[in-house]
Design a protein around this ligand. Structure first.
Ligand code: MN
Length: 195
């Protein structure tokens, strides 16, 4: 069972690589403590589910399902979030650019839409660019509580974390400034790979 535990993935760049958009202290705390917390929670939830399986007692399934969704979504979304940003300057191209133009009209429209979704997510949440395989199209999804609100079946391609821990040390309540800064460090190459 241990081989199925989730490890905390390393950042694909140094802790200070995204400055000034995202400062070193924020990135360090966000990755080493917040993301680690989701990984720990996910693994301990899986351990509890394993015990329930062995005991044949699924009386706690509602509680365990919520924990699995909360920590599992948190882990996956943070993993995509780190990969959604880069200190290199990248631009959408190829098949990803074609899909963006087909489903949004232009890259600027997509940026406006995902920026608005991230900027207006209530309290804590995410702006997400995702691939929806049933209709073979790209969609922007606003996530308010990642354990509750999800477009089932979508494949996350690029995500912006707008929980306060993602920006508060540097931006305080100016979430819009943080979202705007993130727009300039998006990693379109890794997004294209996932697409
Ligand atoms: Mn976060």
């Amino acid at each position: 069972a241990d081989s199925h535990l989730y490890p905390l993935p390393e950042l694909p760049y140094d802790y200070d690589a995204l400055e000034p958009a995202i400062d070193k202290q924020t990135l360090t705390i966000h990755h080493d403590r917040h993301h680690q917390g989701y990984v720990n929670g996910l693994n301990s939830t899986l351990e509890s589910i394993g015990k329930a399986q062995k005991a044949g007692d699924f009386g706690d399934m509602q509680k365990l399902s919520r924990k699995l969704a909360f920590h599992g979504s948190g882990h996956v979304l943070h993993t995509i979030y780190w990969a959604s940003m880069t200190p290199k300057k990248t631009q959408p191209k190829g098949a990803l650019l074609k899909a963006i133009e087909a489903d949004f009209g232009s890259v600027d429209t997509l940026k406006g839409q995902i920026g608005a979704a991230a900027g207006s997510a209530a309290g804590s949440g995410w702006g997400l660019l995702a691939y929806e395989p049933v209709g073979d199209r790209l969609v922007v999804v606003q996530i308010e509580k990642h354990e509750n609100q999800i477009f089932c079946g979508v494949v996350p391609l690029m995500v912006i974390d707008v929980w306060e821990h993602a920006y508060y040390l540097k931006y305080q309540n100016r979430r819009g400034d943080y979202v705007k800064a993130v727009m300039d460090i998006l990693d379109w190459d890794s997004t294209a790979q996932r697409y």
